[in-house]
Every structure is written in C-alpha cells, then in structure tokens.
Ligand binder design. Structure first.
Ligand code: ZN
Length: 206
C-alpha cells in the first residue's frame, strides 16, 4: 500500500518555512498545518503582510536601517538628532535595542555584518566604504563602534579603528567603542536595556 503524504502544496510551504532561521523540519510542518487549518484569515493576512513588507521595505542608502519606499529615513531625516555622532552597528536590528535605552540621540551606520574570514566575510563585503565616504564629508566628531564583544566583533572594531585612523588625523574625529556591560560572546540583540545603557556610558576611545 502506498503511504499517504502531504499534498505537494503543503510540502512546498514546509520547504519555504524550513528556510527561516530557527525553524526545523518539525516546526515547519506544524506551522504549515496550523496556517492551513486555521479557520480565520491568518494565512491570507500573513501572505499579504509578507508581500507588502518585501516590496515596500528597503535599506536607507545612508545609514542602512529599514526604510519604507518613498518615505524619508526615520533616523537620518530626524531633525532633532545629533548629526555629529555616528554609531556603527552590525545589523539593522541592533538599532532598536540602542534606541530603547533612550541614551543615544545620534545617527547610525549599519555595517551589514562583521568580519569573519571563515565565512568569507571580508571588509569589502561590509558597508565600510560607505562609512569612510560618509565621514570624509566632515561634520562627524565621534564615531561609536557598537559591534559585538565576541572575537569577530573585536576584530571588526580593531579593523575599523585602524582603517579610520587617518581620518582622525585630518578631521576632529574621535573613535570610541562600547566597553562595559555587554556579555562576552553576545550580540546586541540579546542585551537588556540597562546593560546597553552602561555600555554606552562606559564607551572608551581606541
Ligand atoms: Zn538612514
């Protein structure tokens, strides 16, 4: 007797869900079945929200944070931000916990990751050229390196400090780094507000 299987449409849905971070084969199957057996409009609402977000959300060409197409960047275009301070983070999601501390009022620059030669992530794969050009145009007096505190984060911070050092000689630019408070080996997204607040106030020059 031929064994029963899910229809191809469900298999295709499971396959797509499995591509998401943190979703294993069993969870993907549970999610797919739950979406399709839900009597309310969850599946169609989700499909619509995904489609809209995928089409409408882009990265700001200046800072790299999320931006809705046709709308000004909520960070770069904010009139009450200190334009003399730029905080460098690895991912756009790192901006949110820093904003939540309420302790930072400057601008941001998203690198798009951290240096990791083993994963083939080299300086040219990050938004370092954009950062250099942004700083070269002047007006920035402090750059805060808010990358993670693990080995790759440290390597990225040191690379950036070396790379930007010539600018500190020709412009009034100071390079600082988040210091105390961040858990060793942790990324910004896992830190609580107080830890991030301490890390921001305890930053040091490199
Ligand atoms: Zn921006």
């Amino acid at each position: 007797m031929r064994k029963a299987e899910y229809p191809d449409e469900i298999k295709a849905l499971v396959l797509q869900l499995k591509r998401l971070p943190g979703v294993g084969p069993r969870s993907a199957e549970r999610l797919a079945v739950s979406l399709l057996t839900n009597k309310s409009s969850v599946a169609t609402d989700l499909a619509r929200a995904l489609d809209t977000a995928a089409r409408q959300v882009t990265a700001c060409p200046v800072c790299g944070f999320f931006q809705s197409t046709g709308q000004p960047c909520p960070l770069c275009d904010a009139p009450d931000r200190d334009r003399g301070v730029v905080c460098v983070v690895e991912h756009p999601t790192d901006v949110i916990p820093l904003e939540r501390t309420g302790a930072y009022h400057g601008l941001y620059h998203v690198l798009g990751g951290r240096l990791s030669p083993l994963d083939n992530i080299h300086p040219e794969n990050l938004r370092i050229g954009e950062l250099t050009r942004r700083l070269s145009s002047g007006g920035v007096r402090e750059i805060i390196l808010a990358v993670g505190s693990d080995v790759e984060g440290e390597a990225t911070a040191h690379y950036l400090a070396d790379h930007l050092a010539p600018l500190t000689a020709t412009t009034p630019l100071t390079i600082t780094r988040l210091a105390q408070g961040l858990p060793a080996g942790g990324g910004l997204e896992h830190a609580d507000d107080l830890t991030l607040h301490r890390a921001l106030s305890g930053r040091r020059a490199l």
